[in-house]
Ligand binder design. Structure first.
Ligand code: NAP
Length: 325
């Protein structure tokens, strides 16, 4: 029997690639450059393993008439046109849950780095080599403990962030469409409207999926509601924030700072004005980037891919194989 043909859009660990190769013919894109059209890769393609960056559009899917399974290495699958997959009966899998704690750790890392001037400190000592004497007046940050954190979109990752924030004695407000009294009880978090959360919080962190409703959820009007001393953390998806509005707000001192793990577009253009500001930290989408978590994600994505190719139930499915058309 001929092997399934699979295209993997970014390099994965060799041991995972080797396991997939036991059952599939594997083509893996190794460079950082923009992907080639998938139709040009080992056609006819049966399976696609992808990260949450390049869009898997209806046009792209149309070029692969044999496509049976799309396996996303990540929890967010906004880049995959799920409706087209549903119509075609293509299985779609992702890797939820396993990265929540790791992404919550990174959220706190970004929040703390922005609040306590970690990047300027690094630049001062190690880049500029300007630390000549102890100066009690430089690089004053702002307190994280006993401040107020606003969590926008409190699901798996938001919940894990709330737990960490409570350990910092932070007051935690959260906003989502469906209130969670059980979490209010468990963690002592308080439900707020988006407006109230933005007006009240010292730190605002975003954990919504990217959907039509959440695209530019944080724009000019929302940034104007925030405190002048507030810091915004975006570790959800770049387009949740209007980057030009964010640039203006940071430049004009409407908010004090921002730390973003995700941008629009991704990677951000090197001449984007946001990169010239010193009150913003931009990380290259590192939310789940630890050895332990990335290995788990790749393993889950492999299990999803192999199940989908064989027409079996995906262990971590968004759409199961042969979804009714
Ligand atoms: P999740 O468990 O599905 O939580 C998403 C939360 O957003 C839910 O609480 C949901 O509650 C809320 N939400 C959805 N639409 C909303 C809207 N229109 N307005 C307000 N709240 C809304 O997802 P998760 O696992 O926590 O992941 C969240 C997102 O983080 C992912 O979709 C992904 O894009 C991103 N992510 C990024 C990284 C990274 O490396 N930077 C890593 C992992 C995940 P309601 O339905 O009640 O509104």
């Amino acid at each position: 029997m001929s092997k399934f043909k699979v295209f993997i859009t970014r390099p994965i660990r060799e041991e995972i690639r080797a396991k997939i190769a036991e059952e599939c013919e594997v083509d893996m894109w190794h460079t950082s450059a923009i992907l080639p059209p998938i139709a040009e890769r080992i056609p006819p393609l049966d399976g696609l393993m992808t990260y949450g960056h390049e869009p898997v559009s209806p046009e792209m899917i149309a070029t692969a008439p044999n496509l049976k399974a799309i396996s996303v290495v990540g929890v967010g699958y906004d880049h995959v046109h799920v409706e087209t997959c549903r119509e075609r009966g293509i299985a779609v899998g992702h890797t939820p849950g396993v990265l929540s704690d790791t992404t919550a750790d990174m959220t706190m890392a970004l929040l703390l780095a922005a609040a306590r001037n970690i990047v300027p400190a690094y630049n001062h000592v190690q880049v500029a080599k300007e630390w000549h004497y102890y100066d009690p007046n430089i690089l004053w940050g702002t307190d994280v403990h006993h401040s107020t954190l606003g969590i926008v979109g409190m699901g798996r990752i938001g919940h894990a962030v709330a737990k960490r924030a409570r350990a910092f004695d932070m007051r935690v407000l959260y906003y989502k469409r469906e209130r969670r009294p059980d979490w209010e009880q468990e963690l002592g978090v308080e439900y707020a409207t988006l407006e109230n959360l933005l007006e009240t919080s010292d730190f605002v962190t975003l954990h919504v999926p990217l959907t039509e409703d959440t695209t530019h959820l944080i724009g000019k009007a929302e940034l104007a509601l925030m405190k002048k001393t507030a810091i915004l953390v975006n570790i959800a998806r770049g387009p949740v924030v209007d980057h030009y509005a964010l640039y203006d707000a940071l430049k004009q001192g409407q908010i004090a700072g921002a730390a973003v793990d995700v941008t629009e577009p991704e990677p951000i253009n090197t001449d984007h004005p946001l990169l010239d500001l010193d009150n913003v930290i931009v990380a290259p989408h590192l939310g789940s980037a630890t050895i332990q978590t990335r290995m788990k994600m790749m393993t889950m994505a492999m299990e999803n891919l192999l199940a989908g190719l064989k027409g079996e139930q995906l262990p971590y499915g968004v759409l199961q194989p042969n979804f009714p058309q």
